[in-house]
Design a binder for this molecule. Structure first.
Ligand code: NDP
Ligand code: PYC
Length: 335
């Protein structure tokens, strides 16, 4: 039997949308979630692709996500938009607020969007690309569940706390990076366990605090931050800016709310966006050219830009579709 099955992007969309609506999600939520899951499959980001359907249904059955959530948008200051996600997925809140937030950023030059009371499981590049597509520079972050030990510590405290940044370019794809502040994303750790694969060294410790390459042992112990104390400080910043500052759950609070159900993290997201043209003043073309010269100097050395792998995959899968692990496909269908 073939190990992989092939799906067009339209088939992947149907699979996701049908699974979510049959599970009980509203059409609006199912569409918002499907958009990101299929975008991740298209771009080759398997840990945040259709695999997440299993977690969405688990989160729903555990009563940790509102399947008929209706986000509420409030402009609380000229440059601050708050969206109460109504305990639904962050993705619907983002979708509903994206146009009015863009308008605010274009008026003010810079603005922040806070998404509160959201369930968050998605790849953060998707969120910043919403705004680079609209010509804005964007920075986004969210805490998750307390799985990661601070550098020098041995007990889980931080979430995997991703940070994503996007810069629209003069021509072509934006400059985007997006990474967990842990040494490995939880989604990748879960896929290693699912596929019985050993981890590379340096990603986690067991419950005795000893280095481990066994995904199950690391899940019982703690994941580590990337870049030691530097990743630890960035993870702390995410807890502060997208937890305390926006008065929402930190990663320990999210894990406590989860109550051992294995649901997706619950809490908030912060997006800060800037209008290049307002910042760049009289000679924006010169300023944009400075940015372009940095990108060229990177690639001229043979180095690649972050997200280049995704953009290359995107071009291929739009016409050729995607492949899905057969066992995963069967697990999704059996939902
Ligand atoms: P990766 O380590 O896979 O990638 C991090 C970034 O570095 C990407 O932008 C990637 O681009 C880029 N990159 C990778 N290799 C190179 C290279 N050789 N040269 C230049 N750039 C490179 O990401 P993570 O595993 O840390 O995170 C995976 C996903 O998990 C992210 O999308 C993140 O948002 C998501 N996540 C979500 C959470 C949540 O709570 N919602 C929590 C934690 C993670 P490219 O993609 O093109 O390879
Ligand atoms: O991969 O770390 C992760 C993650 C956490 C929540 C969603 N993805």
């Amino acid at each position: 039997m073939q190990e992989n099955i092939h799906l067009s992007l339209a088939q992947a969309r149907n699979l996701s949308h049908n699974t979510l609506t049959k599970a009980g999600f509203s059409k609006e939520l199912a569409s918002a979630v499907t958009d990101t899951l299929v975008a991740c499959e298209r771009d080759g980001c398997k840990s945040h692709g259709l695999y997440r359907l299993l977690v969405c249904v688990k989160t729903l059955r555990a009563g940790k996500v509102n399947p008929v959530a209706e986000p509420l948008i409030t402009r609380v200051a000229p440059a601050l938009l708050k969206v109460d996600a109504d305990q639904g997925y962050s993705l619907l809140a983002l979708e509903k607020a994206a146009d009015s937030f863009t308008e605010m950023v274009k008026q003010q030059g810079i603005a922040a969007m806070v998404i509160n009371r959201c369930v968050h499981f998605s790849a953060m590049w998707y969120d910043v690309e919403k705004f680079t597509d609209r010509g804005l520079v964007a920075l986004a972050m969210t805490p998750s569940h307390a799985w990661v030990a601070p550098a020098g510590g041995t007990r889980p405290l931080f979430g995997t706390n991703p940070i994503a940044f996007g810069w629209p370019r003069v021509d072509g794809d934006p400059y985007v990076f997006d990474f967990a502040t842990s040494a490995i994303a939880r989604g990748d750790l879960e896929l290693h366990r699912r596929d019985s694969k050993t981890l590379s060294p340096g990603l986690g410790i067991d419950k005795e605090g000893q280095p481990s390459t066994d995904p199950a042992a690391v899940m019982e112990g703690a994941m580590l931050t990337f870049g030691g104390y530097k990743g630890s400080a960035l993870a702390t910043m995410v807890e502060l800016l997208a937890g305390a500052l926006i008065n929402d759950f930190t990663s320990p609070e999210s894990l406590a709310f989860d109550a051992g159900t294995g649901s997706s993290p619950m809490g908030g997201e912060l997006v800060i966006a800037m209008d290049q043209l307002k910042f760049m003043g009289e000679t924006p073309k010169d300023a944009q050219q400075k940015a372009e010269s940095i990108f060229t100097a990177i690639t001229d050395q043979g180095a690649r830009l972050p997200s280049q792998r995704r953009f290359t995959n995107r071009k291929v899968s739009v016409t050729e579709g995607i492949t899905l692990d057969r066992k995963l496909y069967e697990d999704i269908v059996s939902l």
